[in-house]
Design a protein around this ligand. Structure first.
Ligand code: UDP
Ligand code: MG
Length: 322
């Protein structure tokens, strides 16, 4: 009998794909590539590094092309314009060929030094997803921490079918099964943290300290974060719609009681014309509630509109690879 125990040694090394979405990252991209390669060069796997240029308006693409020419493990996917990080990651995920993938930010906030830890944890726990969980948020204002905290509380309270782990980002390792699941989710409104959680399977956390940006500026404004929060809430829960009907019900009951009270009082004491204050307060209160409810409806209708158009999530201008 041929030596069976050698089968494992003969087996091809597994390939791990590293995904890096880049938008105007000319200041850090070289450093980023240097860090990544210095880590993976010592690991017993094949690597494929996919940089997605998300329509940068600076020198990012040039720099990436140079990196690609020098390093045959590198693939550069150039999108036709800026589609946002979520779409950029999707473009990468759709194109990975590895047995597992790791998503990293170009600004080195997700330390490449943790790549071996992610892989070890994946191997040890046999999990489908190993997600990075931040312990401290360095270089972030108390207001950002406070709002982020509040957001996780709200979303996990109202989104009943998924549990989005707190303090996680896109930094994670996913195996082939999780990748294939994620590829099937083609919704336009992509709240990735939610989608990552929604696919299920065995998911474990790797805790780490999130560093401040290595260079350049964050691409997130508070307006952007607000939109992302709405995306998460409206994309994963219909609770706000129910809240609107709940308010409607409560207010109808109250107005019914109030109407009865007014009628009886008028029968007994006759009409007293003053009541201007009550009227004004009530009119503005109810207009507010109505506008709010229409707004909530609008959030959902806008999403339906986005989905029914069935546009592709991104367009690829070119793929540069060996
Ligand atoms: N990014 C992207 N497209 C965008 C905005 C950002 O691909 O439209 C990338 C960016 O280059 C970086 C990652 O997404 O690699 C995270 O962006 P950023 O550091 O600005 O966000 P933060 O770390 O502040 O959440
Ligand atoms: Mg960042």
């Amino acid at each position: 009998m041929p030596a069976r125990k050698n089968v494992k040694a003969i087996n091809k090394k597994e390939t791990i794909s590293i995904l890096v979405p880049c938008y105007n990252e000319q200041e850090v991209i070289d450093l980023c590539h240097k860090e990544i390669t210095s880590i993976i060069d010592n690991l017993p796997y094949n690597f494929e590094i996919i940089y997605i240029n998300d329509g940068s308006s600076d020198e990012t693409l040039d720099k990436l092309q140079k990196i690609q020419k020098k390093d045959e493990r590198v693939i550069v996917i150039n999108l036709s314009r800026n589609f946002g990080k979520e779409a950029a990651m999707t473009a990468g995920i759709d194109n990975v060929s590895g047995d597992a993938l790791i998503i990293l930010d170009a600004d080195l906030q997700d330390p490449p030094a943790l790549i071996p830890d992610l892989i070890n944890m994946w191997k040890e726990t046999n999990a489908d997803v190993v997600y990075g969980q931040r312990l401290v948020r360095e270089g972030e204002t108390w207001f950002k921490k406070f709002t982020a905290n509040g957001f996780y509380k709200v979303i996990n309270f109202i989104a009943s079918n998924v549990e989005i782990p707190r303090n996680t980002g896109d930094f994670r390792l996913m195996n082939r099964r999780a990748i294939d699941a994620l590829i099937q989710l083609r919704e336009k409104h992509r709240f990735m943290k939610g989608l990552f959680a929604w696919i299920g399977y065995k998911q474990v956390a790797l805790q780490y300290n999130r560093a401040p940006r290595a260079a350049g500026e964050t691409k997130w404004s508070y307006v952007g974060l607000w939109k992302l929060a709405m995306e998460g809430i409206a994309g994963f829960s219909t609770t706000p719609l129910r809240v609107a009907s709940f308010f409607g019900l409560i207010i109808s009951i109250l107005s019914f009681i109030f109407a009865a009270y007014i009628t009886i009082r008028t029968i007994i004491f006759g009409i007293d014309v003053p009541g201007w204050a009550t009227l004004t307060v009530m009119i503005s209160f109810f207009s507010g509630i109505q506008l709010l409810s229409i707004g909530i409806l609008g959030e959902y209708i806008g999403r339906i509109f986005g989905e029914v158009k069935k546009r592709p999530l991104y367009f690829i201008e070119n793929i540069y690879k060996k």
